[in-house]
Design a protein around this ligand. Structure first.
Ligand code: GLC
Ligand code: CA
Length: 558
């Protein structure tokens, strides 16, 4: 396999609003990021994926962009941005921008024009349809509750918005729209950025005719079969690749909800015709159900192994994987599949990290994950800020689908706001995030869980991530080795091997707090010893029979 820097890199995601506030207004900002670059350098990451910092009215925290070439006032100025970019580059850290081009804000000048009249030159930048029998053009529901269509008085037509009504979908079938997007991307590349994370890029091509979808519990039809991985998505990405991406040395990752391995082989083919890699969702969706993501079901380990193994094995030699447990749209994995009680928090955080970081693909660390940050004890609906969570509460509770108490429990478990509370820097007021009033509550566990404490202790979660990252940088086998699952049906142990030439790694992780016994598989049982590459317990030794302690993780090298 061809060696490239983005296969060997570890990416760190920054959600700027919650990272570090430099001026006391309670909102994280670009100067706050610049301040913390040395911290990230110490962690050892190679790349920062920056969630959107563009001008935005903030209906969806910056994922609704009103000017792609300007910086949101809350976050600073373009001069602050340029200073941050230069300071990152000085430290050998690359910057990947979030590219949100399935939709814009309704306050983007293109949409302001588009809605003015049917003849406006910008009309076809968006997806406008006539109503059907006085109702929406089809039955699609939006990701943020309610219909995916909004009626617009001026021209008495509806526009499509797969997300909020302040996020109208762009019409990618219009070549002028594609050209505008590519020019804008080129402008950022000229500035010297190092790549793009492409927001819901699998949704840019819709099936013509926009057929009704299957109706779910919320009363709306699902758009997924008609808007995810649609008919022209690969054609448009190939065009993007020809026009922009291929001209620069970039890391590109597409957020692709609904993507299958077969589709991923096209998006992320090693031939390089489209993107470097995709974010797939299958492992994150394992605890979904009838009321979508809203429940408190636990992910089943056997199913998790099956899904991740399918991705590891099917893409091998054909396409490239991304690896993630956490991002700004997911609750904290530590509270989901680990154990966030003070007794097991650190050990299980390290176990989860080991399990993910030893796989093939580019790992993503989400801010605070390296500190062992957990879900948040939100009390009332007023504690939440996320448009998805708040709207879902009103739709499902208001519509009588779920009762209020259940929904609050589900929000506490699954809401995106669990990932969006401020990074806990130290044990001073507001966790050292701001001297003002934070825009969203700080997790009250910050006195115990914070960067200052983590940095002060050699055996902390932070230093464990630091080791994992350094190991990846110095061992080709972690990047390029082939993956094979062991014990597929074991409900507690996730064990797999990596192989490169005559070198082998054996990764063993206990996902439960109960002890497990592990018998060395045949191929290793003849060996009388192996080196411990990394482990979350101190006194681990090679043996034919291992007793795995609570959340124990160990990697042997042969
Ligand atoms: C992506 C983003 C999410 C956002 C949505 C709409 O899924 O990650 O945060 O709400 O797209 O842009
Ligand atoms: Ca600020």
């Amino acid at each position: 396999m061809e060696k490239t820097w983005w296969k060997e890199a570890v990416v760190y995601q920054i959600y700027p609003r919650s990272f570090k506030d430099s001026n006391g207004d309670g909102i994280g900002d670009l100067n706050g990021i610049t301040e913390k670059l040395d911290y990230l350098k110490e962690l050892g990451i190679d790349v920062i994926w920056l969630s959107p910092v563009y001008e935005s009215p903030n209906d969806d925290n910056g994922y609704d962009i009103s000017n792609y070439r300007g910086i949101m006032k809350d976050f600073g100025t373009m001069e602050d941005y340029d200073r941050m970019l230069a300071a990152a580059h000085e430290r050998g850290i690359r910057i990947v921008m979030d590219l949100v081009v399935n939709h814009t804000s309704d306050e983007h000048p293109w949409f302001v024009e588009s809605r003015k009249s049917k003849e406006n030159p910008y009309r076809d930048y968006y997806i406008w349809r006539e109503g059907k029998d006085g109702k929406e053009p089809n039955n699609w529901g939006s990701c943020f509750s309610g219909p995916a269509w909004e009626y617009d008085e001026a021209t008495q037509m509806y526009f499509l918005h797969l997300f909020s009504k302040k996020q109208p979908d762009l019409n990618w079938d219009n070549p002028v729209v594609r050209k505008e997007v590519f020019d804008m991307m080129d402008w950022w590349c000229q500035k010297g950025i190092d790549g793009f994370r492409m927001d819901v890029i699998s949704m840019i091509s819709k099936v013509p005719g926009l057929p009704d979808g299957e109706v779910g519990k919320n009363g709306y039809g699902s758009f997924s079969p008609y808007a995810c991985n649609g008919p022209h998505v690969h054609e448009y990405l190939q065009e993007m690749n020809r026009e922009v991406l291929s001209k620069y040395d970039l890391l590109t990752v597409g957020e692709c909800s609904g993507v299958t391995v077969e589709e991923a082989k096209k998006y992320a083919s090693l031939d390089g015709g489209e993107l470097n890699m995709v974010f797939q969702f299958e492992h994150m969706d394992l605890d979904g159900g009838e009321t979508f993501k809203w429940n408190d079901r636990k992910i089943d380990l056997v199913e998790l192994k099956e899904v991740l193994t399918k991705w590891q094995v099917s893409l091998m030699g054909k396409a490239w994987n991304s690896l993630y447990w956490c991002n700004h749209d997911q609750p904290r994995m530590l509270s989901r599949m680990g154990n966030d009680s003070s007794k097991y928090r650190e050990i299980s955080a390290k176990m989860l990290a080991t399990c993910l970081h030893m796989m093939q693909g580019t790992p993503y660390v989400y801010q605070g994950e390296e500190l062992g940050m957990t879900n948040v004890p939100f009390e009332t609906l007023e504690d939440f800020r996320d448009i998805e969570s708040i709207n879902a509460y009103h739709e499902l509770v208001g519509g009588g689908v779920l009762d209020a108490e259940d929904m609050m429990r589900f929000l506490r478990y699954k809401s995106r706001d669990n990932a969006r509370t401020p990074v806990q820097w130290d044990d001073s007021e507001n966790a050292g995030f701001t001297t003002g009033t934070p825009w969203i509550m700080v997790n009250p566990n910050y006195k115990e869980i914070n960067a200052k404490e983590q940095l002060s202790r050699e055996d902390s979660v932070f230093h464990y991530y630091q080791k994992l990252i350094a190991l990846r940088h110095s061992n080709d086998i972690i990047v390029y080795g082939a993956y094979e699952l062991l014990l597929p049906d074991d409900p507690a142990i996730y064990a797999y091997t990596r192989t490169l030439g005559d070198e082998k790694l054996l990764v063993i992780c206990n996902f439960k707090k109960e002890e497990q016994s592990f018998t060395m598989p045949e191929e290793f049982s003849g060996k009388d010893q192996a080196e411990v590459l990394i482990s979350n317990y101190k006194d681990v030794k090679w043996a034919q029979e291992l007793t795995l302690r609570a959340y124990e993780a160990v990697v042997f090298r042969f």
